[in-house]
Design a protein around this ligand. Structure first.
Ligand code: PLP
Length: 729
């Protein structure tokens, strides 16, 4: 890495809100200036969750590690370095793909020096931790976390009174339109660009403080709290209604607001009200007619870019209208009545309907998802386009693979510019590179399998020492029988356990699966992980079925097949799995997986995907050069949106998997040199890594944001656009 060694003063910025570690004063001033400049040439990115754990990627952590190795950390830097290198590495305020996408996106914005600030919530109880019990299935527990202990997370203080935390206030309203104040502290996390000279601030609102009423605090405790409809509705409002207050308090001027999913759409109501006030004056509420509101909405929509993430029902907020009496001002309820009507149910507000109306650009998250979204919302067809998701390559490429990529002159500059990976084609015939790649892959596999074996041993101990019956059949066998072998073909499958992702699909016909393996004596590991939302009973049922299948699968294959579940899926487990398995499995019901991102993480590590032709894989499959496909791939008509078990195409798609599997395993096992298998690995890297990364995605969003930025900033994004346009066929 050709980085200039910073002095300690270059790693500290004084700001009116308190000191920040990891950036220089100059960087702070420059970025802050662009976020607060009167021209409004910046973006506010609003997301319910942001996943960006320091333990798997942080440019300052990498720098400090390097400095520590050289024993080059000055004494004044040491305390901060200690905290940074050894403090908690995880901020448990994400649940899955949506939040991690947000984190990856913000990291790429920072890398590409785009002026963006994010607004989200800080949940003092986070998202739940998962235990899994052999008999009970998923058990939810709440792991304490302490924001103050997390390095790189700062509580902001008042510029005029540095001892007092900065707060912002959001009004709720009782039945008589009397305000009830919800008060939030503001936490700041920085996504620092890989060049260390730029950052994207994330402002996390924490309403769980003494100044807020108890019912607000309770609704703010946990991400996606679903203890009641009211709690859910309040949580959405805490995000959306908090956006303008936090922007105004800090002086952020962005004209463009990006809603990452509709959760924060309440913001639009505030924009409409501001607009009406400007047009009609202080008593706008009594003066505004319906047409005034619609006109104001149209104007507000010009400031909003919206990304819709899923065709699945559970992803779209619909709340009973009666809920909002006692939460929302009657004038705002009037706006909701006009703009958030639900087509099916007059007693319901539909927040996707509101978000769909109140934006100037709606982005779906893959080409296929664009077609599905257009079919779902034909009246907004014109405005719906595709920006296929990506992942942050610096976050997801394992250290072992990164070292191999670093060693290839063809890939020089890949850290700054992932489009460089198009040149991986040239490496296909390079025996030295192939060997190095295979060796790095073996190390990653060993790391994963050692972790699994360690977990199984630990669970074997736990059996006698805790009330939890560990979730893996293998930990009830002897140490020797149970051990997984890293040389055996290993499938990785990990994501949220939602029914449409069909985690149990490939076990639909165990006899058939067992026959394939036993016939050829193919040993195989299946490593699974994922959480189900605490209110999602069918999702939890899927976890239980994975556990229940383990013994039978093992017996019928005479121990050839070992199916393991790793509890408490998070980014660290994900990174270990996407780099260490031999193929990444994805078995959703087409077309319900709007994009999917975990397969892209595998691609960056040169791991082939084995997937239904859904979401991004319909774009990344390349006639089988980059991996394997199975299952239904016909037209995506509306009947296919059903999530009923009987209509989930289990037997058809499983049969297709069994048909594909022998070819896949033969490629892996029957060629001692694995040359053909390795070709797919490197083709997945060469074809998909240059495209399905968040730098390219940021470039496509930048084109939608309509910012007026210096040519040096926009110029470097051109190469990504030249490579791919999601919105073309
Ligand atoms: C990438 C990731 C996801 C998203 O996976 P999908 O395949 O897109 O569903 C979920 N959880 C974690 C921890 C991840 O790292």
């Amino acid at each position: 890495m050709n980085r200039i060694q910073p002095t300690s003063s270059e790693l500290m910025a004084d700001t009116p809100y308190g000191p920040l570690f990891g950036i220089s004063q100059e960087t702070y001033n420059r970025v802050w200036q662009s976020l607060t400049s009167p021209d409004g040439n910046s973006v506010t990115y609003v997301s319910m969750e942001i996943g960006a754990d320091r333990d798997i990627y942080h440019p300052i952590k990498n720098l400090l590690l390097e400095m520590a190795r050289r024993e080059d950390i000055s004494p004044d830097l040491q305390p901060m370095a200690d905290k940074f290198l050894h403090g908690p590495g995880k901020i448990p305020t994400y649940s899955g793909g949506l939040g991690i996408l947000a984190g990856d996106t913000l990291k790429s914005f920072a890398d590409c020096r785009l002026p963006v600030a994010a607004v989200s919530l800080l949940y003092q109880r986070g998202y739940f931790s998962q235990l899994v019990d052999m008999n009970l299935g998923q058990v939810v527990w709440s792991r304490e976390w302490y924001p103050r202990e997390v390095p790189g997370l700062y509580l902001l203080h008042r510029p005029d009174d540095p001892q007092t935390p900065l707060t912002v206030t959001v009004d709720f309203y009782d039945h008589n339109d009397q305000p009830i104040q919800a008060v939030a502290r503001v936490w700041l996390k920085l996504e620092i660009g890989s060049g260390l000279d730029y950052f994207v601030p994330e402002f996390l609102l924490d309403y769980d403080i003494a100044e807020s009423p108890d019912w607000i605090r309770k609704a703010a405790h946990r991400l996606y709290d679903s203890s009641s409809e009211a709690s859910k509705a309040i949580q959405r409002r805490l995000l959306g209604a908090g956006v303008l207050p936090v922007m105004r308090t800090l002086g952020l001027t962005s004209r463009t607001i990006h809603l990452n999913e509709q959760h924060g759409v309440f913001l639009v109501l505030a924009l409409i009200a501001e607009n009406l006030q400007r047009r009609l004056g202080e008593d706008y509420q009594s003066r505004a007619g319906d047409q005034d509101i619609l006109d104001a909405a149209e104007e507000a929509a010009r400031n909003v870019v919206y990304t819709i993430h899923t065709p699945v029902k559970a992803g779209h907020d619909r709340f009973s209208r009666s809920l909002y009496q006692g939460l929302e001002h009657s004038f705002y309820r009037r706006i909701l009545q006009l703009l958030a009507a639900d087509e099916q149910d007059p007693e319901t507000y539909n927040f996707t309907a509101l978000a769909m109306r109140a934006n100037r650009a709606t982005n779906s998250v893959s080409r296929l998802h664009r077609e599905v979204t257009r079919a779902q919302f034909p009246q907004f067809r014109e405005r719906i386009s595709a920006i296929t998701n990506g992942v942050h390559h610096l976050t997801w490429i394992s250290d072992n693979k990164a070292a191999v990529y670093d060693s290839a002159p063809e890939l020089a500059g890949w850290r700054l510019d992932p489009s460089v990976f198009t040149r991986a084609h040239q490496l296909l015939d390079n025996p030295r590179f192939r060997q190095d790649f295979a060796a790095a892959w073996q190390k990653d596999s060993k790391y994963l399998i050692d972790h699994v074996n360690g977990m199984l041993s630990e669970h074997r101990q736990q059996r006698i020492s805790t009330w939890i019956d560990p979730p893996n059949y293998l930990s009830y066998l002897g140490e020797k029988e149970s051990r997984l072998n890293a040389a055996n073909f290993t499938f990785g499958f990990a994501r949220r356990f939602s029914t449409y992702k069909r985690a149990d699909l490939i076990f639909e016909d165990l006899d058939h699966l067992a026959r394939i393996l036993v016939d050829q004596q193919w040993p195989i590991n299946f490593i699974y992980a994922g959480k189900a939302h605490p209110a999602d009973k069918p999702g939890q049922g899927l976890i239980k079925s994975i556990i229940d299948i383990q013994e039978e699968l093992y017996r019928r294959t005479n121990g050839l097949a070992k199916l393991v579940f790793i509890p408490d899926y998070d980014m660290a487990v994900a990174k270990m799995m996407v780099a260490g398995c031999h193929a990444w499995l994805n078995s959703p019901k087409r077309p319900l997986e709007a994009s999917g991102t975990s397969g892209m993480k595998a691609a960056m590590n040169g791991i082939p995907n084995v997937s239904i032709m859904d979401g991004w894989w319909a774009e990344g499959y390349h006639d089988g050069q980059a991996g394997w496909k199975f299952g239904y791939e016909g037209p995506v008509n509306p009947e296919l949106l059903s999530e009923q078990r009987a209509e989930m195409l289990y037997s058809e798609d499983a049969a297709s998997f069994y048909e594909m599997l022998p070819g896949l395993l033969a490629t892996f096992y029957q060629q001692p040199e694995r040359e053909e298998y390795l070709d797919r690995c490197l083709m997945n890297l060469a074809l998909n890594c240059p495209i399905f990364n968040t730098h390219r995605m940021a470039a496509e969003y930048l084109a939608r944001y309509q910012l007026d930025l210096p040519a040096e900033t926009t110029g470097q994004m051109e190469k990504f656009l030249a490579l791919y346009r999601s919105d073309l066929e």
